[in-house]
Design a protein around this ligand. Sequence first.
Ligand code: G3I
Length: 302
Amino acid sequence: ADTLGAAAEQSGRYYGAAVAQQFLGEADYAATLNREFNSVVAENAMKWDATEPSRGQFTFQGGDQIVDHARSQGMEVRGHTLVWHAQQPSWVAGLGGDDLRQAMLDHIRGVAGHYAGQISSWDVVNEAFEWDGSRRQSNLQQQLGDGWIEEAFRAAEAADPQAKLCYNDFGTDAVNAKSDGIYAMVQDFLNRGVPIDCVGFQTHLSSNADLSSYQANLQRFADLGVDVEITELDVGGSGSAQANVYRGVTQACVAVSRCTGITVWGITDRYSWRSDETPLLFDGNYQKKEAYQAVLDVLNGA
Ligand code: G3I
């Protein structure tokens, strides 16, 4: 196959990109997205600050634009993200205890309910762990205690029973203390029947990334009984060094049968959140980079 999406599809996987709706009107941006990718995720448009700027007042304009575009192109849509300590609207900051709990549950109901039936997998909770494997001391953790993550998953399950429900984090690209902490949580959820279907590995990397336990880490989560997804892939650097890291990540995913797909965190270097780097598969002029060919070759079974 000669596009990322078609190549991934050969093994039943998706190849997706994070999309910012303000660029969909740019011809090269839309053309590259439509040609190469069969899955999208909103880079910012479905986050709490974007979707509920005032309490109880939901706005879905940006997210709907992305979903409409995806549907017109037959693409899957990942959902990102229902609950996160960052990009909360300012009104959330002052809330305590049961008020914050109610706000979180209402938010999940509002957003997951709005998109119910249209999302392949939701990042229900994003980045709730520290490097040492302990819980991040966010407002959610401090106000609601350890139970908040499972409360969020149960609310998401009720709001959209069709979507797969993921926990998503960064720095989990190896068997390490952080991924150990998440592994223990997933195991506990599965043991107690808390609804969780998948774990997202963001995979924001540099060209000297150590991938020696990357595949084994994906595999141990898969062996627990959840799908694994590469959710926010990008790699600093350029040329062969960058291509090699992209190749290694892709090889790991295709080697793990429950690795259901890969999403890169943007289409073109022109609009990457890593604004002083060139971490994506297409350069600033939408030309394919060496990393693109490396990914395509692996997806094609090379
Ligand atoms: O929308 C406003 C705009 O109105 C304003 O003029 C402009 C001025 O700064 O800011 C715009 O908001 C920015 C937003 O991106 C949309 O462009 C925010 O300042 C900026 O902080 C925000 O950054 C996003 C970041 O998450 C926020 O933490 C990045 O685009 C987005 O790529 C990044 O994505 C995260 C994932 O959600 C979770 N994992 C890590 C990943 C990278 O940080």
